[in-house]
Design a protein around this ligand. Structure first.
Ligand SMILES: [Zn+2]
Ligand SMILES: [Zn+2]
Length: 326
């Protein structure tokens, strides 16, 4: 006997729905809206006097709030989103859900820094997409179709935040999602957040990057004007050619289906990680094998922070492959 996570009513192991509140007990998700973004009660200096803007009145330090460091763990999937060392706030968001016996849905969105309320845009987008993808897992909808519908929902959610009088700064974000089912994973994206397949040792399906950036620099690489190495250092490397939000219009995602022959991980991340570890070989070299998803997410986030943490860092890790997916 356990208890319903929603209403605390006792539920039996074989129950699919809570008799108290009707909650589907097979579904677990990250909190809609992100963490409760309240400041810590005490500053690290010991003072309890925090002003309205979140600064300690004794020592002047900015106080952490919920979005500065988010960490969520569900069965077979975990993620971390960190403000980094240089940005004033975390404009990345992540959401994911686990449906027992069916699979996992996960989304990372990175708010576009030149747009207003980019943190709200990315949070609204991940929440809208997660709802669509988790419902699709419950209902058994085709994952590629669900991925397209999730991007449309995310685009509407971010777009709804736009102010008519300020179209040039309409809240905007990138998008990458993964939907893991029994036999593999479907990845969709718009913008420059990335997905990688990280094979377990000896895997017959080698590690590789699954996404191609929607950036002007990536286009120049594809056209042979820049090399990958030049593109990373080019000021155009982060200028997006596609995004979600107010002025993006109708957006359909790129979709890739992965059917690995053995087990491994799908990593979703924002550019705050891949700026420091761009190639899949870099990621494979930086990671410890055999860790849990949350341990790997912590390890890679620490790598980006140690390397400078110039941007918000978000890392979501999903177990994928034959024998996983429960
Ligand atoms: Zn309940
Ligand atoms: Zn203080």
């Amino acid at each position: 006997m356990t208890n319903c996570p929603e209403c605390d009513e006792p539920v039996a192991a074989e129950d699919r729905f809570c008799e108290g509140c009707g909650r589907n007990l097979l579904v677990r998700t990250t909190p809609v809206g992100g963490p409760d973004g309240t400041a810590a009660a005490l500053c690290s200096c010991g003072s309890a006097e925090i002003d309205e803007d979140g600064f300690c009145e004794q020592c002047g330090r900015a106080q952490p709030v919920g979005r500065d460091r988010m960490e969520f763990v569900l069965p077979t999937v975990a993620g971390i989103s960190d403000r980094g060392r240089r940005r004033a706030r975390n404009e990345d968001s992540m959401a994911f859900g686990h449906v027992h016996g069916r699979g996992v849905a996960a989304i990372v969105c990175d708010g576009v820094a030149s747009s207003e309320r980019a943190d709200e845009a990315s949070q609204a987008a991940v929440d809208a997409a997660n709802t669509v993808l988790v419902d699709a897992l419950v209902e058994g909808t085709d994952p590629e179709r669900a991925t397209v519908l999730a991007v449309a929902a995310a685009n509407r959610a971010a777009g709804a935040l736009a102010r008519a009088e300020a179209p040039d700064v309409a809240p905007s974000c990138t998008y990458v999602s993964a939907m893991r089912t029994d036999d593999g994973a479907v990845v969709g994206w718009v913008g420059d957040s990335r997905a990688y397949w990280l094979a377990d040792v000896g895997n017959a399906t080698p590690s590789r990057r699954l996404t191609k950036d929607d950036t002007w620099a990536a286009q120049l690489v594809a056209d042979g004007v820049l090399t990958e190495a030049e593109a990373v250092n080019d000021r155009r490397s982060h200028v997006l050619s596609r995004w979600l939000g107010g002025d993006s219009g109708q957006v359909s995602p790129h979709v890739v289906t992965l059917r690995p022959e053995e087990t491994g991980l799908v990593l979703l991340c924002s550019d705050g990680l891949w700026n420091y570890l761009p190639e899949v070989e870099d990621l494979d070299a930086a990671r410890t094998r055999g860790t849990t998803p949350v341990e790997l997410a912590r390890e890679l986030t620490e790598h980006a922070l140690a390397a400078g943490g110039h941007d918000n860092i978000t890392v979501v890790v999903i177990e994928v492959g034959v024998g996983r997916g429960r």
